[in-house]
Write a protein that binds this ligand. Structure first.
Ligand code: FEO
Length: 396
């Protein structure tokens, strides 16, 4: 992909990964990109690198603009290897005067790259400023967005924020800007990224938004490390982050289930009918066909999460266990929930799901419904009534 000047000698020089389909268990059906940015000034700066297999493409991009050995500073906003994968090679090629990172970044770099003891690591404090010649560069720590050492870089005189993982999307595209792709798809990929990566750190997103306001930072461009660069829809993505991080949810219910012989599936549909009868927006998702990361995307604006699993070997079906484990790590807040499922003899699944939900502080609205083998008419009525009960709880 050809490099582009995004503003006043600030260039995108990253790599597009069209074929990425899995990122730590997150389905990246649109691929991704690893965005790196080059700033030409009296001091030339390269922000982050790209995933290791893309070194050749990356270097070719940089060489279209400058001989890499002329770069003065490497900025490591984040040590995760999708951004630092080419760092050792770039250090050898660039021979940088400084490798700039946060205090925790130094430890993270050293723990990843054992040859880094001889590197010219320059730790910057939160809020530190560096004069590049015609412009100033400022660094802000954003601990846990996405890792403890994460920081963002702000080109003060250009109003350009190099935001690293924040505001990213796993979205490979030929265009580089937010207006180059379908807006609905862009926001879908942005919320999917938020739900699967940023969600546990929502309180820190709120702090960051408040801090940006206090500092009076203005953004003409937000340049994340994945996906499209924001310049036409900055207000949309910042207000979306505000909404998502405040756990603003709708009167919407997700019915998430897996099934062995369709009994639990019949129950899921009856629960959904009960919710729909009360005017609730419902999405029914089978783990047999839906990826965990797509279900997470729907979790964001759903107030109710209702789970169905038959009992298998005194437990729950593996895909339900997988999703509940994944969900727990992503720490959803302010949800209500319930469980249902068929069984043959033990019937432990509903109890196990309830325990999972309680461990996530998801408020149970009912003890749940379980049905021996195949549901009869009156069993499905109980499931319908469970849906109605959840719907009524959503009104409260
Ligand atoms: Fe895109 Fe946390 O790395």
């Amino acid at each position: 992909m050809t490099p582009i000047e995004i503003k006043n000698k600030i260039f995108w020089v990253g790599a597009v990964d069209w074929n990425l389909r899995d990122f730590h268990g997150y389905s990246t059906e649109k691929g991704s990109s690893y965005n790196s940015y080059l700033v030409l000034d009296e001091k030339t700066v390269l922000f982050d690198t790209v995933k290791k297999p893309f070194l050749a493409t990356y270097l070719a991009n940089i060489r279209q603009i400058i001989d890499p050995s002329k770069i003065d500073y490497l900025v490591v906003n984040h040590a995760e290897m999708d951004h630092s994968g080419c760092l050792p090679e770039m250090v050898k090629i660039v021979k940088p005067e400084k490798i700039i990172c946060s205090r925790m970044g130094e430890g993270a770099i050293k723990a990843h790259f054992h040859e880094s003891d001889s590197w010219p690591i320059d730790v910057v404090d939160d809020g530190a400023e560096l004069n590049l010649g015609k412009r100033r560069l400022r660094f802000y720590e954003v601990k846990m967005l996405h890792w403890p050492e994460s920081m963002i870089s702000y080109l003060v005189d250009d109003s350009v924020l190099v935001s690293n993982d924040i505001f990213g999307q796993h979205f490979a595209s030929s265009g580089r800007y937010d207006e180059d792709v379908d807006f609905a798809e862009l926001m879908h990929q942005a919320v999917k990224y938020y739900a699967n990566i940023v969600l546990p750190y929502s309180p820190l997103v709120q702090k960051l938004i408040a801090r940006v306001g206090e500092l009076g930072l203005k953004f003409d461009v937000i340049a994340p490390s994945h996906g499209l660069i924001w310049r036409n829809h900055i207000g949309d993505i910042v207000s979306a982050y505000d909404r998502w991080s405040k756990n603003v949810a709708k009167r919407k219910a997700l019915v998430i289930y897996d099934t062995m012989w369709h009994s639990t599936e019949k129950m899921a549909n009856a629960v959904a009918d009960g919710l729909i009868s009360e005017g609730v927006e419902v999405i029914v998702m089978s783990l047999g066909v839906s990826h965990r990361s797509d279900i997470m995307t729907e979790v964001i604006d759903s107030r109710a999460l209702i789970f169905g699993s038959p009992t298998l070997n005194n437990g729950i079906l593996p895909r339900i266990a997988d999703f509940l484990t994944y969900l727990k790590g992503l720490r959803p807040q302010d949800k209500i929930g319930a469980a249902f499922g068929s069984y043959g003899w033990g019937g432990e699944a509903v109890k196990i799901i309830n325990e999972y939900l309680e461990s996530m502080k998801i408020k149970l609205v009912d003890d749940g419904v379980k049905v021996k083998f195949v549901p009869r008419e009156d069993d499905l009525k109980k499931c319908f009534e469970l849906g109605v009960k959840v719907a009524k709880a959503l009104k409260d």
